[in-house]
Ligand binder design. Sequence first.
Ligand code: IVH
Length: 723
Amino acid sequence: MIENLFFMTKQEAEKRIIKLRLEIDKHRFNYHVLDKESISPAALDSLKAELFALENKYPDLITPNSPTQRVAGKPLEKFKKAHHLSPMISLFDAFSVEDMQAWQKRNENYLNQVWNKEYYCELKLDGLAISLRYLKGELYLAATRGDGKVGEDVTQNARTIKSIPLALTPVSLDQLLDIGFSKEEAKTLFFYLKTGQIELRGEAIMRLAVLNELNEKNKKEGKPLLANTRNAVAGSIRQLDSKITSSRRLDFFAYDLLLPDRARGEIIVSKDQLDALMRLLGFKVLKQNRVAPNLSAVFNFYEETEKKRNLLPFEIDGVVVKVNDLKMWPILGIVGKAPRYMMAYKFSAEQATTKVLSITWQVGRTGVLTPTANLEPVKVGGALISRSTLHNFSEIKRLGLKLKDTVIIERSGDVIPKVVQVLPNLRTGEEEEIKAPKICPRCHSQIEKIKGEVAYRCVNKNCFAVSWRRISHFVSKGAADFAGLGPKLIEQFMTSGLIKDAADLYSLRKSDLLSLERFAEKKADNVLALIVVKKNLELANFIYALGIRHVGEETASLLAAEFISAYLKMKFKKEKKINISTLVKFFQNKDREFFNNIANIGEVVAKSIYDFWHEKDNLELLSKLENNGVILNLEKELERLYSNKTSKLKGKSFVLTGTMTSLTREGAKDRIKARGGKIKDSVSLEVDYLVMGKNPGSKYEKAKKMDIKIINESEFLQLLDSK
Ligand code: IVH
């Protein structure tokens, strides 16, 4: 059979591959799930070998579901095998309300009897399934799932997990009566628990905080980082040295209890009662689990859980919905790989695979080129994604990315999705190397790699893209703030030759504007009125608007404050408005040391500021701005200087969420820092204030829960200005 492979066309090979996969899967299913050997192991092996050879020849035909791609669940050599008493099976997946409704319908038809349609909702933990067996109340075996029939004996390691009881907690009669058992039933349970063998199943997990700690350590030691807690748990449990497992501080949550005979269903009547019993026995059971009287309550649970997902200390990938009435379980039974009485209702995937079609290099304000990957559109977490950022050329190298590669992209929250991994297995050979750009995509001049930096830069001072970004920056929020006059209009002004730099904005005439497309009288008047107002600029805003490399809003404020304190010491009459040339003269007379001595300004930034005031083009722009009537206002800076010596923010910690209307996120952070406050990325008990802008994220809910002071934008601005 295998020799034929070399005479097949690709189309023939594809058909054969599909058939082989079905055939292999059928036999594996018979063997692993139905316990039936429908083909000899040797014959199955030769089918697999053929599939392997074909897929090797045509790597683009490999799919993640191919049996060749499945990681064998065989126990590792180093651990003893553990045979499960009943197979550890899997769950069916649902992704939508419709899937869930169809599931209920199927069960209704299947049961063909009165059924209360009550459910039990649980979180779907993303860890590793573990089975625990107790004999006469003592733990004697802990096993992984393995292939479902045979797992690995990880007893030694499981013993190090503190939430796994080594012996069951003795239960009293009253406790059993309390959770709804009759005296008779309680007696039977006592008998089972004391004499018989019982099995607990659940999920071993690693908390995110532990994972992060572990990754920090791996990073320092140059070891590969763990992608998620699931891998980390698996790695931690499969350790020969149980001291390592112990150091990983794993946790265990129980979700099932198997008792001899028909106890589950006849004595224990519902999943919520089963949970209560597991708790009495000393197991941790998720406190979020809830009874849902019907499907719509299930949908509420799902939605609420998805919203709160990021607040949980561990990872979950959905909820597990179980028929609450345990009597129904054996009736509904198992079909294929999973039970009918449970469903994994998954959250929409936040990772997806797609192909990188091309790379666009975007030119930034300082001429730096940033690569963006254009993708075959794919849905990620509910949104159709067709672009993804790649940060810089080193990122492309780090990922080993080529054009036409299949990649994993990830979207978390509302941030722009990123490429997290390349799947080189799926390469067809048609992929192309991504080269560092040689010429600017906009002005076609030479690109330079700046020494000591990862960035490639267009150094053409007249590059359209660079000018457009610089002017757009000049008019942006936190800078000159020409609200309503954004990058689109700037581009229109530039392409029609009306402006080349920010100073040209101030010499626009009405007739110029009226000559433009989509510019009627009223719009032209509005723009001109705005421009007049913006001739008067706050000093710090103006410095920021200049777009000096590395100078953000706060550094601009620092420079403004330096100027003002020097200005106040001068002997002539103090005006509250000054000319640009006064400012230029002041800064031109300073050396690098001067800038470097300003608190919070380091060497690199100091050099960039110093250079700025000595570059011919910049000086030309500055004098053009002055000639076109731009004047600098010191009022606010003076006020700030007098009022802001001791700030209420000193030593306080802040978390920001949502967007603010008058400040950028960076600007807000800089201001907090400048007043002695600290920025934290996530909400914890050490945080003093949560500053809430529009559309706040999950941090808001968390802060509310923790009773942290929440302030809105105007309260925040007041706080910034308070003494
Ligand atoms: S019940 C028939 N409940 O999800 C398997 N499983 O995708 C019965 N899981 O192998 C499992 N949280 O490891 C159940 N609350 C939960 C769960 C849960 C996570 C895992 C479990 C299972 C996998 C199936």
